[in-house]
Design a protein around this ligand. Structure first.
Ligand SMILES: [Zn+2]
Length: 54
């Protein structure tokens, strides 16, 4: 799903990391703004955590 991806603002690489770009260490942003309400956003983040934990 597209909202699981982050895009590095420095090198433009896509990553699943939520903090730093694994390529250049740059800041990562969500490439597409989610069309969710704040409550839904938390649900999205919970889903993300589940994905990343394994
Ligand atoms: Zn980068």
């Amino acid at each position: 799903m597209v909202w699981l991806l982050r895009k590095c603002v420095k090198c433009g690489e896509y990553t699943l990391r939520k903090d730093r770009c694994p390529h250049c260490g740059g800041e990562t942003r969500i490439p597409h703004p989610a069309k969710f309400s704040p409550d839904d956003k938390y649900a999205v983040y919970k889903g993300m955590m589940r994905q990343l934990k394994k």
